[in-house]
Design a protein around this ligand. Structure first.
Ligand SMILES: Cc1cc2nc3c(=O)[nH]c(=O)nc-3n(C[C@H](O)[C@H](O)[C@H](O)COP(=O)(O)OP(=O)(O)OC[C@H]3O[C@@H](n4cnc5c(N)ncnc54)[C@H](O)[C@@H]3O)c2cc1C
Length: 510
């Protein structure tokens, strides 16, 4: 995957694209894979990096969503569990089963949640994981050594899927590229092109060169998450909004706050929310919140009240309670939920997706979940074929293996790389607290379209989420490697470090 060749293809393609996808998050990348797998000439652009938006900020679960079962949304749970099974099969390098314990402190919880989780097992059908089972107090304590034992009556064990969201996005971008699509980050759609009143492509701007150029396409699919309405308004200035954005925050803590490899799931906190405490990449992820928001920045900031909520509620279920000084990183993401007239809160809004077609033929797809991206993509492309009168080729992604973009072989051991303070071996960690080597940085730049220090530290690796302070310390080494790799100068290098360090401040608790 190489940005220069993707851009060259976008610029030089003399003919019409069949499908132009706007947005390189889970939804848009899924659409590009689906369209390319049907043999369509496919282009995708994202105004920032792949998964810079919501798709790198999830709870990192490929799950049916036990919560949606409680809401009675059985169709969504069934569909999600089916998709979970397909993802475990098609991307085993990125998605794996994770053990969960639901801790039970009241007499009714074990029978109530026990029955619910049996239904959850049943809805997964042939693609199910280990069946759920009851745990004694001792067994629950062995699975989650730091669970609060006072008042504990036992627990329920079940399994769900876990993944690395931004890495799955890169895998989808690579898969689409392998299938012949041209996929580029840092290319923004500035306006839509129309012919005879129909949407016929878009005018785009390459953020690196500042160059603007048109992309003509038979079908245009708007997959821009919380920015869906902004793109719809490029088509119809008075399009009524369909997005109700909701912010969710996560805390990242040291691993000892769980003490084992099993996650905790609290189906209902005292104010009716779901709380996850999950082992992830040798850290612990605590989430999440559901705060309705009006503004939708690309880099949302967690609220102090969200951090407080997560610390207080984690403390109710953990023997050793975390405090603000334990937080290694804190993130926020915006759910692109679909508006429902009369809904009391964003938590009550359904997580189903919608596909909208405007009068001029713009197809917009939004809502949904990471877990269901493949099904969403199939629906959107199906609709686009209809709207653009393209041949009805069937969806071909159900059994499609997703690309593994991890380095196959590193740089030669004898090769050294320049980092601030001298030379280092490519396989040596750039920071003692982060799993990142010079080899990883160069692989991300050469094969995964990383363009900035942030791309490397936040989405090709997850260093920013694992430890924001350490990531800021590693920034000069990463900038030095990228500067040499891209043939940039000292000004670019210094700017990259400064911009990243400013960003990383937002990932530390206030
Ligand atoms: C806190 C939280 C936790 C979640 N946890 C889970 C979970 O555990 N499991 C799960 O299945 N789902 C989860 N989700 C839901 C899931 O993350 C989202 O449904 C999904 O990531 C949305 O992807 P998207 O592609 O629609 O949006 P985004 O990822 O936001 O992508 C939209 C893209 O469009 C681009 N764009 C915008 N305007 C333009 C333009 N003019 N030109 C070009 N590009 C443009 C943006 O740069 C962005 O990259 C969670 C969501 C949140 C917020």
């Amino acid at each position: 995957m190489n940005r220069a060749s993707a851009l060259a293809a976008l610029l030089e393609q003399p003919t019409l694209w069949d499908v132009l996808v706007i947005g390189g998050g889970a939804t848009g990348l899924g659409v590009a894979v689906d369209a390319a797998a049907r043999g369509l000439r496919t282009a995708l652009v994202d105004r920032s990096d792949f998964a810079k938006g919501t798709s790198s900020r999830s709870t990192k679960l490929i799950h049916g969503g036990f919560r949606y079962l409680k809401q009675g949304n059985i169709a969504l749970v069934r569909e999600s569990l089916h998709e979970r099974g397909l993802l475990l099969r098609n991307a085993p390098h990125l998605v794996h089963p994770l053990d969960f314990v639901v801790p039970c402190y009241h007499w009714w919880e074990a029978p109530y949640y026990g029955v619910g989780l049996k239904l959850y097992d049943w809805f997964a059908g042939d693609l199910g994981l280990e069946p759920s089972r009851h745990l004694s107090v001792e067994q629950a304590g062995v699975a989650v050594p730091n669970v609060r034992s006072a008042g504990l009556r036992g627990g329920i064990h079940y399994q769900d899927g876990q993944f690395d969201d931004s890495r799955l996005a890169i895998s989808l971008a690579q898969t689409a590229t392998d299938l012949g699509a041209s996929v580029a980050n840092y290319v923004r759609v500035v306006s839509l092109l129309k012919k005879d009143g129909r949407v016929a492509g878009a005018r785009v701007c390459d953020a690196e060169s500042g160059k603007e150029f048109p992309l003509h396409a038979r079908a245009v699919i708007n997959a821009t998450g919380v920015f869906t309405d902004a793109v719809r308004r490029m088509d119809e200035a008075d399009a009524p909004p369909v997005i109700a954005a909701s912010q969710g925050a996560h805390l990242v803590l040291p691993r000892h706050f769980l003490g084992g490899d099993t996650a905790l799931m609290v189906p209902r906190t005292d104010d009716g929310r779901v709380l996850f405490v999950i082992p992830w990449q040798d850290r612990v992820l605590v989430g999440t919140t559901d705060t309705p928001v009006v503004e939708t920045p690309l880099e949302p900031r967690p609220l102090t009240s969200e951090i407080q909520f997560l610390l207080e509620h984690a403390a109710q279920y953990l023997a050793k309670a975390p405090t603000a000084s334990d937080i290694l990183s804190v993130t926020a993401g915006l759910r692109p939920l679909v508006k429902l007239p009369g809904a009391k809160s964003t938590a009550a809004l359904p997580r189903d997706h919608i596909v909208l077609v405007s009068g001029s033929g713009l197809v917009s797809i939004t809502g949904g979940k990471w877990t269901t991206y493949r099904k969403m993509a199939a629906n959107a492309v199906g609709k686009a074929l209809e709207v653009a009168s393209l041949p009805r080729k069937p969806c071909a992604t159900e059994n499609l293996p997703l690309a593994d973009t991890r380095p196959r072989s590193g740089l030669s051991a004898a090769e050294t790389v320049m980092v601030p303070g001298g030379q280092a071996s490519p396989a040596r960690r750039l920071h003692p607290d982060l799993p990142l080597t010079a080899d990883d940085v160069l692989h991300a730049a050469r094969h995964e379209m990383a363009r900035t220090v942030e791309d490397v530290l936040s989405r090709r690796s997850r260093c920013l989420l694992l430890d924001a302070r350490a990531a800021a310390e590693a920034a000069p080494a990463v900038a030095a490697l990228l500067t040499r790799e891209f043939g940039r100068g000292a000004v670019w290098e210094a700017e990259q470090v400064a911009v990243f360090r400013e960003l990383a401040k937002g990932y530390l608790p206030p």
